[in-house]
Design a protein around this ligand. Structure first.
Ligand code: DGJ
Length: 739
């Protein structure tokens, strides 16, 4: 891994044998982009890649030089209005009203490792030689503002992390109205734009569009990364599939308002920008002040989307997630939400936990409704002390009773919210986000606390820390159930109101940081009405997240499949719930519910006491199976085989690092009668190893990958011939083991 700098051409080359990233200082002092892609050998000059041309009707930077227009130049952190008319990476509004900036190369440093980003989640390294970081400093001499562009390249990984920092060294107040984490100009637009969009209960559905001249984007303006769009996009060449073709993934390590945009100009170049959404953003940069953007991570793959995903999985699982649980198999949990909703007593909870323990569950989680006056949706949020009517011995006694059964105990919080019917709101009505003189719009009958205010975060920390210190709590589910409306902070002056959304997220990160530091053994699971804040930012604090409130096995296939493009399987909270399913009314076999959920942080979302003896037996088998294989299921190499977005069948598999064990999940939506013969080609096996499938016949890896595993369905239209994987919503997990 090396970062080269060639003085004679002022060229930077970041390379690690996997990727090359080339930049150079342009004639006007700005930083230009030359190449981003598969590794190439180094040379002194790559100037020919600039392709400066004279184009009619262009404005030019220098008089007498018709060849240098920023409009036709690939750049690293462009500004608008000095011959470039595309959307910028940075915009600074000045006291005289001008927004023109001119950042000129000043100096650069190369350092081993990767510095942390204060107050922000980011990838990191642990050992020498894992990564190297280039920081290029540019200055706008008129404004006396410094711009630091950070680039980290990781050894052996096709990944690059970027961020920017602006420092006001001058004497005037400035307003930063755009500060993106990443801007990348690509020389052509021959890509498909892939994003993961949806809504509550159908998060991260894969969408593909052709790039066209003009702007295409996904974003959030809701105060959280959102169910609607995820801060992750891909650009892939047409024809790219899971194991061939060029693809670039762009991921923002951030949980608030974001923008991921591709602007294709009229010469078919493509500008990718990713960062905090400039919509509504206005950060006052006073003299001496600085602003650090969140980090964006790019992964390049020349071997299809599968390799790209595995690179993200590895980086995010091992060098973004942190703490005690990072590398540990996740406990099998049972959450009482869909089992009881708000209707429970201490004894009822203990009886649910008892059954769970009998079947092999390891962690019992008490969800919403245990605190304050929270016996329904409209009261109690903000009062983080147990409701003595429901839990006379408090959380302490309940946790003890659960622990005595031989289970760990977990607890739900929604720290960022308050109901108006709460002691918190009655004492501090000014702590919610609301605009003076305007209606405050409720969401689920609740309001958002102003986490931009340190005293609010302190207060919530105090209540949560008290419970965690008094009771034996091993897990926290941190929920967040509404978007921010009437955004305004009573604590911010008028010229800083545009900072609220970002300051809010910094407050959330601060609380996470304090709690995870004070209680390092607690496993955190993030949640926002399911997957409304399933993003890399929270992965830094919470190594797993509740992927969706939709627990229907068939819908989950799409949700988990979409999620897997960027996020490691160990981070995807996935539970078996009751039928008819509470979101859809669909009835799927218990086996399929388990087979879908076991590719994730596995658990149950039902009262096992309500199942039949036969079903309980299957639950025991499922849990035993997960325990035996969770190291591979959660931490193995993940391969997508068949997409639920493309047909009736879904398949994926996880392979152990030594390639001796693989679990293949095979799922059918609707049954078909007298159907065709089917094989599914496996991936990631050792071609030279002989494997058994489900303990039976032996096949070499090359056969399983090149010929495929036979998955023909037995339904022949005659009932006596129905056997094996047949029926609607049927599924099977093939256990593939080397002999
Ligand atoms: C939304 C979450 O996604 C659910 O799992 C559950 O925790 C409820 N909130 C509780 O209010």
């Amino acid at each position: 891994m090396s970062i080269f700098y060639h003085e004679s051409t002022q060229t930077f080359h970041l390379t690690n044998g996997e990727i090359s990233y080339l930049m150079k200082v342009l004639p006007n002092g700005a930083l230009g982009q030359l190449y981003c892609g598969q590794a190439v050998r180094d040379r002194e000059s790559f100037d020919h890649l600039l392709e400066l041309r004279s184009r009619p009707m262009s404005s030019c930077v220098f008089e007498g030089n018709r060849y240098f227009s920023l409009e036709h130049c690939k750049q690293e952190y462009p500004a608008y209005g000095s011959t470039d008319f595309r959307h910028p990476a940075v915009e600074l509004c000045q006291p005289n009203g001008s927004r023109i900036t001119d950042f000129v190369y000043h100096s650069h440093t190369v350092m081993p490792g990767k510095p942390a980003l204060p107050g922000l989640p980011a990838t990191y390294c642990e050992a020498d030689g894992e990564a190297e970081t280039l920081t290029v400093c540019l200055r706008d001499p008129l404004l006396e503002v410094e711009l630091y562009l950070n680039y980290t390249i990781f050894a052996g990984q096709p990944a690059l992390a970027r961020s920017a920092c602006l420092k006001n060294r001058g004497g005037q107040d400035l307003h930063l109205t755009a500060a993106m984490s990443l801007s990348l100009d690509l020389p052509d637009s021959g890509y498909e734009f892939v994003h993961f969009s949806g809504a509550w209960s159908r998060e991260r559905f894969m969408k593909v569009r052709q790039l066209e001249q003009g702007i295409q984007s996904v974003e959030s303006t809701r105060g959280h990364s959102s169910h609607n769009h995820n801060p992750f996009i891909m650009l892939r060449r047409p024809g790219t599939d899971e194991d061939k073709g060029e693809v670039m993934g762009f991921s923002l390590v951030y949980s608030g308002n974001f923008l991921a945009q591709v602007e294709v100009d009229n010469w078919d170049t493509a500008r990718v920008t990713m960062g905090i959404n400039p919509f509504g953003f206005d950060w006052k940069l006073s003299p001496g002040g600085e602003f650090q953007t969140p980090e964006a991570v790019m992964v390049y793959s020349s071997q299809g989307m599968g390799a790209m995903s595995r690179a993200f999985h590895k980086l995010y699982r091992t060098r973004l997630a942190r703490g005690y649980w990072r590398d540990r198999p996740r406990p099998v949990l049972l959450n009482n939400w869909e089992a009881t909703y708000f209707d429970f007593t201490e004894d009822k909870l203990v009886s649910i936990a008892e059954a769970a323990r009998k079947d092999g569950v390891e962690l019992f989680v008490l969800d919403d409704g245990w605190f304050g006056a929270r016996t329904h949706e409209s009261a109690g949020l903000g009062d983080w002390a147990a409701n003595p009517d429901r839990l006379p011995g408090g959380i302490t006694r309940l946790a003890e009773r659960v622990e005595r059964l031989g289970l760990r105990f977990g607890l739900w919080f929604e720290p960022e919210m308050a109901n108006k019917d709460s002691d918190l709101y009655r004492t501090h009505p000014d702590w919610i986000i609301q605009t003076p003189g305007r209606r405050s719009s409720p969401g689920r009958n609740q309001y958002v606390l102003d986490f931009s205010r340190p005293e609010v975060v302190d207060h919530i920390y105090g209540m949560m820390a008290k419970i965690l210190s008094e009771a034996k709590v091993s897990y926290i589910k941190w929920d967040m159930n509404r978007s921010i409306t009437e955004a305004f902070s009573a604590a911010l002056p008028p010229d800083r109101q545009g900072e609220l959304f970002h300051r809010y997220i910094l407050g959330v990160y601060d609380l996470y940081e304090r709690l995870t530091t004070a209680f390092p053994h607690v496993l955190f699971e993030s949640c926002a009405s399911g997957g409304g804040r399933f993003d890399p930012g929270l992965l830094y604090y919470a190594p797993q997240g509740w992927a969706s409130d939709d627990s229907d096995a068939v819908e989950r296939l799409k949700i988990q499949y979409g999620t897997s493009f960027c996020y490691p399987i160990s981070s995807i909270g996935a539970h078996v719930s009751a039928v008819p399913n509470h979101q859809l009314g669909r009835i799927t076999p218990l086996s399929t519910r388990g087979n879908a959920a076991c590719f994730g942080a596995f658990g149950y979302e039902l009262d096992l006491n309500r199942l039949t003896g036969e079903e309980r037996e299957l639950v025991r088998e499922q849990i035993a199976f997960v325990k035996e294989y969770r190291q591979t299921l959660q931490f193995g190499d993940f391969y997508r085989l068949l997409s639920p977005f493309e047909g009736n069948f879904t398949a994926w598999m996880a392979v152990s690092p030594d390639r001796r064990t693989a679990l293949v999940g095979w799922y059918k939506t609707l049954n078909e009668v007298n159907g065709p013969y089917r094989r599914v080609k496996l991936r990631g096996l050792d071609p030279d190893l002989a494997y058994t499938v489900d303990g039976g016949a032996e096949h070499y890896g090359d056969e399983l990958m090149r010929v495929g595993l036979t998955v023909s369905d037995a339904a022949a239209g005659e009932s006596e011939q129905r056997s094996g994987i047949t029926g609607d919503f049927a599924s099977h997990i093939f256990v593939v083991k080397s002999v």
